[in-house]
Design a protein around this ligand. Structure first.
Ligand code: GDD
Ligand code: MN
Length: 361
């Protein structure tokens, strides 16, 4: 195949039992892209659907530029998407669902953003103009919470308002250099995490109700999501907590070592500072390794000072929550326990998003 024949855009569509949706999907993709003069191909990645989606896709390839990858003995949305990305030949690749919840009419706009220079373009439900159709309050809340969770644990995901979107475009040269595993559903999150320098743009859309066929996303996938997020973030929040625990021990050890030689408040303050500095050293070398952007002694000093701000935020939240909890009737020890939990979150968030903020965070 020559350069000339290569499509501008590959549309990767993972399918599992989407026979009822495929014809309309391909028809609408074709209409949307042909009317804007885009050379395209569709790559259907089907996991040997019992309903024969792959067979229908092959039949439809007489009418549309469709290639079919029929995977046997393997099942999984993430790995199907990654396989589609690898097979794609276009300069840009869109990933979208087959069930028409993602409107194909958006494709030209995604492409336009890419041609304006974005490396990744996310179709988002959560920017002005976007939305969801027919969701209960609870479903919406769960989705928003999941997005916030991603934003908190993975600063690189903050470049989009909809980090769990299953409808997105990526410049193919960008994914070629990435090692995507596709172990999770959220391949977009993986791309954002592994390409912190990529430019991200968004296009809002309304996530439609599924009219035919069934969703394959269940409670199992939601649990997996938490695991995937922790893994993608290299368990930073857990490492942060572990370091914090050792810092508390250092704090106590210093207070014990000073035993009686200094006025108590002075000993306590020195213990605090020792614990803080210990935490700083471990966070810098381990929790947030590779994140510090200023080198040399001066750079370290600056981060050490900034980490004081994180600790101060933690302390402030700790005091406020303990006190508020106590006023609301929490027990004498329960109140500061709540405070410690809340203070930990504040300390972590400031450290993650301000002190050691990554490129693209
Ligand atoms: N090849 C393959 N293998 N495809 C699969 C598999 C699988 O194991 N499981 C699901 N699919 C296909 C479906 O056929 C559909 O085309 C697409 O993946 C999405 O599956 P749904 O079951 O419809 O997911 P959803 O609607 O609940 O969630 C989707 O939309 C969300 C919002 O954008 C997904 O795209 C989510 O990732 C996304 O967050
Ligand atoms: Mn769906």
């Amino acid at each position: 195949m020559t350069e000339e024949d290569a499509p501008q855009l590959s549309v990767v569509v993972p399918t599992y039992n989407e026979r009822e949706n495929l014809a309309e999907l391909l028809e609408r993709i074709d209409r949307a892209l042909r009317s804007s003069g885009v050379r395209y191909e569709v790559v259907v990645v089907d996991d040997d659907s019992p309903d024969g989606t792959w067979r229908l896709a092959m039949e439809l390839s007489m009418r549309y530029p469709v290639r079919v990858i029929r995977r046997r003995g393997r099942r999984g949305l993430g790995s199907a998407i990654v396989e589609g990305l690898r097979a794609a030949r276009g300069s840009y690749v869109v990933v979208m669902d087959a069930d028409l919840q993602h409107p194909p009419e958006l494709l030209p706009r995604l492409l336009m953003e890419a041609e304006r220079g974005a490396d990744v373009v996310v179709a988002t439900r959560y920017a002005p103009g976007g939305g969801v159709e027919g969701w209960s309050r609870l479903r919406l809340l769960a989705s928003r919470a999941a997005g916030m969770f991603a934003h908190a644990l993975l600063p690189e995901s903050r470049r989009t308002s909809d980090p769990m979107s299953g409808f997105w475009l990526v410049r193919r040269s960008l994914v070629e250099g990435l090692e995507l595993r596709g172990e999770s559903w959220k391949v977009l999150l993986e791309v954002l995490a592994r390409a912190p320098g990529a430019r991200v743009a968004e296009v809002p859309y309304v996530f439609r109700r599924r009219r035919r066929g069934e969703s394959k996303l269940g409670p199992r996938e939601m649990l997996d999501y938490v695991r995937d997020l922790l893994r993608l973030s290299e368990y930073r929040v857990l490492r942060f907590a572990a370091v914090g625990a050792t810092g508390a021990l250092v704090n106590l050890a210093v207070v014990a070592a000073l035993g009686g030689r200094l006025p108590d408040p002075v000993a306590y303050a020195l213990g605090w500072e020792a614990g803080l500095t210990w935490n700083y050293l471990l966070h810098d070398a381990w929790t947030f390794r590779g994140r510090r952007r200023e080198g040399g002694l001066l750079g370290r000093l600056r981060y050490w000072l900034r980490y004081h701000a994180a600790a101060a935020a933690g302390f402030t939240v700790y005091m406020a929550v303990s006190w508020a909890a106590r006023l609301l009737g929490a027990g004498y020890l329960a109140a500061p326990l709540l405070g410690i939990a809340a203070g930990f979150v504040a300390n972590y968030l400031v450290s993650e998003h301000r002190v050691w903020r990554p490129q693209g965070g």
